[in-house]
Design a protein around this ligand. Structure first.
Ligand SMILES: Cc1ncc(COP(=O)(O)O)c(C=O)c1O
Ligand SMILES: N[C@@H](CCCC[NH3+])C(=O)O
Length: 418
């Protein structure tokens, strides 16, 4: 459920804001986010966890706009980060670093030091080398680093191979069959406080079974660790809950949490969730205008002003996102189009074989663009990045200005002489 709907005048609105007007005011391509949707999705996790001690750490990578982070911080959200940059964003947005988990396979020494200074909740450690590095840095600082080990349970998440992370062949985490041994090593390091077990098996999962299979393996590990005298306090189940892009019917957070709670029984564990997409994807749309229609023998093309540099998911994963007219009252002839951008790549498409009734100048909305949209944007073909707007009821706020051309070569310089 989101807050992007057609109203009685046949036009698409974001909450109570007319998207046609927003596009006229701010230009296209334009990302529009809905505050109410973000809040609703975050609360769905919070309420699902209910009485169990829990922490919802929104995965900043999904959408790191400061206003998005701030909306969630105001609800009391924690954050899952993968870089110093993301931690600085959380702080700039008013988030609490003590509710931050730090994931990622390649944390640098300066990033570890900064995170320790900020007293984050936990490092999700992905290798023995990283355990030793964190131990060393914490020792130099005279503190104890809170750590959890990201366990790779070797489970097929049944998702796109590029966003699957819980298989042996993936670079993430420590293989489950070595986990107990590595936990013993970690517990023996003097500057670490081992307080959790973590996993994240992939993104856009539409079934519960892989999550539950992973959790069963993790709980067995937690029990085995207890026998070794290692008592962890939290279980971080990662993110990965899928969303509806098309016909998918992903499980609701409530059903997921119910199953988790049934498995926790009387173990006194804090549950940590790291949802990204489930909170942000359907809280955003990308508005784009049709530049040209180009009929062809094999294909008709609708060339729009958004491209793979603005939204790379279709090009990168052949991801499908709905593309709909912003004004449904316009009388146009329908045809089947590949909706493509102006970038000079054959892979530059937003959608293929879409039936649309459009003409030059019409506005389209790409749905489900709130996660892994703007954050993955680039300046390829020297295209400035889009502006971002957040709607809140009848009000709309520019939460990131459109990038200016001169910003594209900021910091570049000519060779001296000649
Ligand atoms: C460690 C970690 N946590 C959380 C997430 C968020 O995943 P999703 O957006 O699928 O919820 C990711 C990205 O897949 C991740 O790598
Ligand atoms: N960027 C991916 C998700 C990656 C998840 C990051 N761990 C997507 O758009 O689907």
């Amino acid at each position: 459920m989101d807050y992007f709907n057609y109203q009685d005048d046949g036009r698409l609105y974001g909450e109570a804001c007319d998207l046609t007007r927003l596009a006229e005011q701010h230009g296209t391509p334009l990302y529009v986010y809905s505050r109410a949707t973000l809040e609703r999705h975050w609360r769905a996790f919070d309420q699902a966890a209910g009485e169990v001690d829990h922490l919802i750490c929104y995965a900043v990578k999904a959408n790191s706009n400061l206003a998005v982070l701030n909306v969630l911080a105001r609800l009391g959200s924690g954050f899952d980060i993968v870089s110093k940059g993301e931690l600085c964003r959380v702080i700039a947005a008013g988030g609490d670093p003590r509710k931050v988990v730090f994931s990622g396979v390649g944390k640098r020494v300066d990033e570890i030091r900064f995170a320790l200074e900020q007293q984050i909740f936990c490092f999700n450690v992905e290798s023995v080398a990283e355990l030793e590095r964190i131990n060393r840095v914490a020792g130099e600082m005279g503190v104890k680093a809170p750590v959890s080990i990201r366990v790779n349970p070797d489970i097929d998440a049944g998702t796109h191979p590029y966003i699957s992370t819980g298989l042996k062949e993936n670079k993430f985490g420590i293989p489950i069959d070595q986990a107990q041994q590595i936990y013993r090593q970690a517990a023996a390091l003097p500057h670490l406080e081992v307080n959790g077990v973590d996993c994240h098996i992939g993104s856009q999962l539409t079934e519960l079974s892989p999550f539950l299979e992973a959790v069963d393996k993790l709980l067995a590990l937690i029990d085995a660790l207890a026998e070794d005298g290692i008592h962890v306090r939290h279980l971080d189940v990662g993110g990965g809950l899928g969303v509806r892009y098309d016909q998918e019917a992903p499980p609701e957070p409530s059903r997921y949490a119910e199953q988790l709670k049934a498995r926790l029984q009387d173990r006194n564990l804090t549950l940590v969730f790291e949802p990204g997409r489930a909170i942000a994807a359907n809280a955003g749309v990308l508005l784009t205008r049709v530049e040209h229609l180009k009929p062809g023998e094999a294909k008709n093309f609708a060339i729009v002003d958004a491209a793979m540099n603005d939204l790379i998911r279709p090009a990168l994963y052949s991801a499908w996102q709905a593309i709909i007219p912003v004004d449904s009252t316009l009388q146009r002839e329908a045809a089947v189009y590949d909706v493509v951008g102006p970038v000079c790549e054959t892979g530059d498409f937003i959608g293929k074989d879409r039936t649309l009734a459009i003409t030059e100048g019409d506005l389209l909305a790409v749905r489900s663009a709130g996660a892994y949209g703007f954050v993955m944007a680039s300046n390829y073909n020297s295209r400035p990045r889009a502006a971002e707007v957040m709607v809140d009821g009848e009000q709309a706020f520019v939460v990131r200005e459109r990038e200016q051309l001169t910003e594209l070569w900021q910091g570049e310089s000519l060779l001296p002489g000649v």
